[in-house]
Ligand binder design. Structure first.
Ligand SMILES: Nc1ncnc2c1ncn2[C@@H]1O[C@H](COP(=O)(O)OP(=O)(O)O)[C@@H](O)[C@H]1O
Ligand SMILES: [Mg+2]
Length: 266
C-alpha cells in the first residue's frame, strides 16, 4: 500500500465469541481499502454477517454466492485463488471485495470442514492483484486444528479481546496453537474497553499471555446503534476510531516487517 505495505498481507481475525471479530474485520478491511489497497474480506462464519459490516444490505449479503467446499486450490489443482475471488467475490459499498466461505443455507447440510479447506487453499496462494486479505473467523479455536488449520497460511493472527479473563484465556490458547501451526505473528487487538482500568487490564494481561497488543478500541455506542439499525454498519468511521485503526495497521506492519519470504517458509 503506497509506502505503507510492501508485498501482500493476510490477516486472520480470531477470538472468543462476541468479542467483536466481525466488527473489527470490517473496520480493518475498510481501513486498508481507504488507504488505496485492494482488499479481499473472507467471511468464514456459518451465519455470515461481515457483509453487513461492509455496508451491504441483508438481501445483498444473502445473494453473495458461497465458495464451493473442499476445492483444491493452487498451481496443480482445479482452480486458482485468483479465479475463485473473481467468480465468487462481490464488491461492497465500503470497498473490499467480499468472499463468503461457509454460509449454511439449509438445516442438516453437514459439517463445514470442506469450506475451511477451501479457505486454507485460498490463503496458501498469494493473490497477485490483492494487497490485503482479511479473514473473519468463526468463534473459537477449532479452526486452528481442523484440517491442518484454516489459517495455517495466514501471515498474522489478530486476536480480538474484550476486557474479560475468559477472552484473555482464549487469546493465550490461540497463541499456543498458532505457534504449533507455524504462524509467525499473533497480535492482540483490545475491544470494548470502558475506561482506563479495562484498557490497562488488556495491556497487561495480553502480553503476559504471549500476545502483544497493537491497539485498543474502546466501547463505541455508535457501533451498537448501527448494529440495531437496518443496514447495520458505521456509515462513517469516527476520527477516534480512525486513529486507533491507523495505530493498529502501523503496529501490524511493523511486526510483519519482512512480508516477502513469509510465505516461502511454509
Ligand atoms: N467497540 C465496540 N463497541 C460497542 N459494541 C461493539 C464493539 N465491537 C463490537 N460490538 C458489538 O458486539 C457485538 C458482537 O460483535 P461482533 O463483531 O459480531 O463479534 P464476533 O464476530 O466476535 O461474534 C455486536 O453487537 C457488535 O455491535
Ligand atoms: Mg462474527
Amino acid at each position: 500500500v503506497k509506502g505503507v505495505l510492501v508485498g501482500t498481507l493476510s490477516i486472520g481475525v480470531v477470538g472468543k465469541g462476541g468479542v467483536g471479530k466481525t466488527t473489527v474485520s470490517g473496520l480493518i478491511a475498510r481501513a486498508y481499502a481507504a488507504r488505496g489497497a485492494e482488499v479481499v474480506a473472507v467471511d468464514t462464519d456459518s451465519n455470515p454477517n461481515l457483509g453487513l459490516s461492509l455496508g451491504m444490505s441483508v438481501a445483498e449479503v444473502d445473494a453473495v454466492p458461497v465458495l464451493p467446499r473442499s476445492l483444491m486450490v493452487g498451481s496443480d489443482a482445479s482452480t486458482t485463488a485468483e479465479a475463485l475471488v473473481a467468480e465468487y467475490g462481490r464488491p461492497t459499498p465500503a470497498g473490499p471485495v467480499l468472499v463468503s466461505a461457509l454460509r449454511v443455507a439449509e438445516a442438516g447440510a453437514g459439517c463445514t470442514c470442506g469450506g475451511h479447506a477451501t479457505v486454507r487453499g485460498l490463503l496458501a496462494e498469494a493473490l497477485d492483484r490483492v494487497d490485503v486479505t482479511v479473514v473473519d473467523m468463526e468463534a473459537g479455536i477449532e479452526h486452528l486444528s481442523r484440517a491442518g488449520g484454516t489459517l495455517a497460511y495466514a501471515d498474522v493472527l489478530l486476536v480480538v479481546c474484550e476486557p474479560t479473563r475468559k477472552a484473555v484465556v482464549t487469546a493465550r490458547r490461540t497463541a499456543e496453537l498458532a505457534a504449533e501451526l507455524g504462524i509467525a505473528h499473533v497480535l492482540g487487538l483490545g475491544n470494548k474497553t470502558r475506561g482506563e482500568d479495562d484498557e490497562g487490564f488488556l495491556r497487561t494481561a495480553l502480553p503476559a499471555a504471549g500476545v502483544p497488543v497493537v491497539a485498543v478500541l474502546p466501547w463505541l455506542p455508535d457501533v451498537t446503534e448501527a448494529d440495531r439499525a437496518a443496514g447495520t454498519t458505521l456509515l462513517s468511521v469516527p476520527p477516534a476510531v480512525e486513529a486507533v485503526l491507523t495505530e493498529a495497521l502501523g503496529a501490524i506492519e511493523e511486526r510483519v516487517a519482512a512480508p516477502t519470504g513469509l510465505r516461502a517458509g511454509r
